[in-house]
Design a protein around this ligand. Structure first.
Ligand SMILES: CNc1ncnc2c1ncn2[C@@H]1O[C@H](COP(=O)(O)OP(=O)(O)OP(=O)(O)O)[C@@H](O)[C@H]1O
Length: 166
């Protein structure tokens, strides 16, 4: 793999609901997803997670409140780039979700998620997140609709996973 790009992905939770946003432009357009984007060179992963959440939904979280629940890796057939996605979940936040240039946010009941309008990998790993598990998921795509293969491994802690990764 010649190039790794770092991304964040944040999910806010409220009772039996989860906040998703309909992406209005760019990568993943017309799909529901959590809020996130590329980590810029001058910022930490946590700073990027807080910034992207605010830019895309106008919701605010304290950096120290964000809980890293998963690490996802996406690769694409015959593409040299690996997407390294850090996933966070949080029940403590401030604000009312507002539509922005990039996303239209909406609360969904966790039993009624719009998987047919989400990334195909979401349907595979969301159950782990919704059960409160920590995990590492790796997905290899052909195009943007077909997963050629994937793995998911539960983790004791994400800190231990990153510490033990070479
Ligand atoms: C392939 N399967 C996938 N499954 C679930 N989620 C996926 C994903 N692939 C990308 N994602 C997430 O989608 C966002 C893209 O962010 P993206 O719009 O590219 O970033 P950013 O806002 O910095 O871009 P611009 O400012 O528009 O250039 C980012 O949260 C990233 O984690």
């Amino acid at each position: 793999m010649s190039l790794t790009k770092l991304f964040t992905l944040v999910f806010l939770r409220k009772e039996d609901q989860i906040l998703l946003g309909l992406k209005k432009r760019g990568f993943g357009m017309n799909k529901w997803n959590g809020f996130g984007g590329k980590v810029e060179p001058h910022e930490t992963i946590i700073e990027a997670a807080v910034r992207e959440l605010s830019e895309e939904s106008r919701m605010t979280v304290k950096p120290s409140d964000l809980i890293n629940i998963a690490h996802l890796e996406f690769t694409f057939h015959e593409e040299p780039v690996m997407m390294d996605v850090r996933v966070f979940s949080q029940k403590t936040f401030e604000g009312t979700p507002k539509e922005t240039e990039e996303m239209a946010p909406k609360w969904f009941n966790i039993k009624d998620l719009p998987f047919s309008k989400m990334w195909p990998d979401d349907e595979i790993w969301f159950p782990y997140m919704l059960e409160g598990k920590k995990f590492v998921g790796k997905f290899h795509y052909k195009g943007f609709d077909t997963i050629l293969h994937h793995t998911i491994e539960e983790q004791e802690s994400m800190e231990a996973f990153y510490a033990n990764r070479k």
